[in-house]
Design a protein around this ligand. Structure first.
Ligand SMILES: Cc1cc2nc3c(=O)[nH]c(=O)nc-3n(C[C@H](O)[C@H](O)[C@H](O)COP(=O)(O)OP(=O)(O)OC[C@H]3O[C@@H](n4cnc5c(N)ncnc54)[C@H](O)[C@@H]3O)c2cc1C
Length: 292
């Protein structure tokens, strides 16, 4: 793999800064699992320099307070599962557990899972539902300034908006809890990305009234859909939802997907509609909602 490429392994963000300035035609390398999948495409650009992030200690840092956990971009999905086992909500834990196999999860980094070009994997949609933020540093500039922005702002449809030379340093994950949450991945983003649908969903409920609702639907090759009207439609609604509401809402969502996201296949739309309807019917009053 990458036989003709020069390899640089910086020990700090300052060294990485120099490496990026001296090698504008570079490729950042984290766990390497996505790059391995697109190996042929990448090796064609045989003049590019591979810059591995494996020795930059700051990118492995994890810190926590009462509101959120800051996770370095080089933390692996397995490590995140280990750290978050008692702190994170089931939505995030299910997303991580349902990503690849244990062995591959030892390699997949959080930064790598968010920064793939041309394909969107499952972590981005879940972290966006939790209002997570990413810290970015533009390493092409002389002076290093970092900014913390909402995760959904780094994507537009199927495009990653992060410029070459910009590093995701860390991800700030709020310790959000939902009263009802679901993660579904139908299909495989690796084997069948054109037909796969990944849905992340969380609601908070006050006894029998929906208070707040978050949802993302990822179509790996087309982008992530965030509904603009789901909250206004369902916040304040009484649970269990009646069939007419479920049917109306799911139809409107598919119509909005049609309008907003290009290239979603009929199978994906049908899958998205059915998953959504299944989830909406599952939101029922429980004893724990009354005991809160
Ligand atoms: C066998 C297999 C099964 C998989 N199954 C699933 C699955 O079930 N669900 C799922 O969601 N995903 C799955 N994946 C996809 C996996 O999430 C991606 O391959 C992910 O990109 C891996 O991260 P990485 O650390 O290996 O990234 P890399 O391959 O090292 O990098 C990916 C991209 O991100 C860029 N990058 C990496 N780190 C940074 C950073 N800190 N700042 C800026 N840019 C950066 C790199 O330059 C590169 O362009 C699977 C992958 C494999 C190989």
């Amino acid at each position: 793999m990458f036989y003709n490429n020069k390899l640089i392994i910086p020990d700090s963000i300052n060294e990485l800064h120099q490496a990026i300035k001296n090698n504008p035609n570079h490729q950042l390398f984290a766990g390497g699992t996505h790059l391995a999948l697109i190996e042929q495409e990448t090796t064609k650009k045989n003049s590019s320099t591979i810059i591995s992030l494996e020795n930059i200690k700051e990118l492995f840092d994890v810190t926590r307070n009462l509101q959120y956990v800051d996770v370095g971009a080089m933390v692996t999905t397995n490590k995140l599962l280990e750290i978050g086992n008692l702190a994170f909500n089931d939505l995030l834990l299910d997303t991580l557990i349902n990503t690849a196999t244990h062995i591959i999860r030892n390699q997949i980094t959080i930064g790598g899972a968010l920064c793939t070009e041309k394909i969107r994997y499952s972590l981005a949609g879940t972290l966006a539902c939790m209002d997570s933020r990413v810290e970015l540093i533009d390493l092409t500039k002389e002076k290093l300034v970092s900014k913390l922005i909402p995760i959904n702002k780094i994507y537009k449809d199927d495009k990653l908006l992060i410029e070459k030379g910009t590093l995701v340093k860390k991800i700030r994950i709020p310790l959000t809890q939902f009263d009802f949450e679901k993660f579904y991945c139908i299909g495989s983003p690796i084997n069948d990305p054109f037909n796969t649908v990944i849905l992340a969903f969380g609601v908070n409920i006050d006894q029998t009234i929906i208070n707040s609702i978050k949802m993302s639907i990822t179509f790996p090759k087309c982008g992530i859909y965030f509904s603009s009207f789901l909250s206004s439609e369902l916040e304040g609604a009484q649970i269990p939802l009646v069939p007419r509401t479920v049917s109306n809402v799911s139809q409107k969502i598919i119509a909005e997907i049609d309008k907003k996201i290009e290239g979603v296949t009929s199978l994906q739309k049908e899958r998205a509609k059915r998953i959504l309807q299944t989830i909406l019917y599952q939101i029922i009053p429980t004893k724990s909602l009354f005991d809160k």
